[in-house]
Design a protein around this ligand. Structure first.
Ligand code: SF4
Ligand code: SF4
Length: 275
């Protein structure tokens, strides 16, 4: 397993542009070493999972929010569960959120280690769970950063198709019967997928140098590097989604998967507007 190439403690900026007093432990990983680490940890956590009948990727909210869960199904109790925090391998954070956490993993581009393209919540090296998940036998589970948990955790819908899929993986709910599985698959596949993003990749874009006459001697040249996000669609076409300055924005690949181009572009506009 490749390890992080260095650790650092950093000061972040808060939402209003002020500095945050407390330090955040940042572990920087190149994209390739991060992918290796996540693959290895997924292998660890999967040893305690029941194999999903439908890939949870196809149960993300952009494919199927509650397409296969009957309306009559009660919403499960998170305090006795924690399955999503165990099995969701990549939990991205926004720059303003990362400053409120004790530790984040920062992902940088291979060959351009000064270019950070995303921050994620660390995984526990022993069991592969979210490092912020605490389990107390007989008392339930809890999140140590609950009030500051990232947007993806806030956005996750207890009672959604994906929630029930994670619970089945943990053995908290019985598997779907053959008839239920057939119905679920046909509902999911009836959704048009060709206009959806299959996967996303982030690449180093252009480098621009600007010249500022008012800056002190020796600091007049400023280098600005841009990063581009490309989407591969289910019909194999490639679409450019966005170019950004990594000093101002951070993205991670899995944030846009499963969306239509319009949905992805709307999310990008919201993030740029700070919403
Ligand atoms: S899988 Fe569902 S019930 Fe379990 S903790 Fe997550 S949201 Fe709550
Ligand atoms: S940050 Fe908290 S809510 Fe989010 S995955 Fe980790 S334990 Fe769960």
């Amino acid at each position: 397993m490749s390890d992080a190439f260095f650790d650092a403690a950093g000061i972040f900026f808060d939402d209003d542009g002020g500095t945050v007093e407390r330090l955040v432990q940042i572990t920087r990983l190149t994209k390739s070493s991060f992918c290796e680490r996540i693959t290895e940890l997924s292998g660890v956590v999967e040893t305690m999972a029941v194999e999903p009948q439908i890939s949870v990727r196809f149960l993300s909210k952009y494919y199927s929010e509650r397409q296969i869960t009957p309306d009559t199904e009660p919403i499960p109790d998170c305090v006795t569960c924690g399955a999503c925090c165990m099995f969701a391998g990549i939990v991205p954070t926004l720059p303003g959120e990362a400053s409120k956490l004790d530790e984040v993993w920062e992902i940088v581009l291979d060959g351009a280690e000064d270019v950070a393209v995303g921050q994620v919540i660390p995984r526990d090296p022993e069991n592969g769970f979210c490092a912020n998940l605490r389990t107390a036998p007989g008392e339930g589970v809890g999140c140590t950063v609950y009030s500051d948990r990232p947007f993806v955790c806030r956005d996750f819908d207890a009672g959604s198709d994906r929630c029930h899929a994670y619970r089945r993986m943990l053995g908290l709910e019985p598997p779907l019967s053959d008839a239920e599985l057939e119905t679920a698959k046909s509902k999911i596949m009836s959704r048009p997928n060709s206009d959806r993003i299959s996967d996303v990749h982030i690449e180093l874009g252009s480098t621009k140098v600007s010249f500022d006459l008012k800056a002190p001697e020796g600091e007049q040249y400023k280098e600005k590097r841009t990063v581009q996000i490309f989407a591969r669609m289910y019909d194999e076409t490639i679409e450019e989604l966005h170019s950004f300055d990594p000093a101002e924005e951070a993205w991670f690949e899995n944030e846009l998967e499963g969306m239509t181009l319009d949905e992805a572009r709307a999310i990008i506009e919201q993030r740029k507007a700070g919403q």
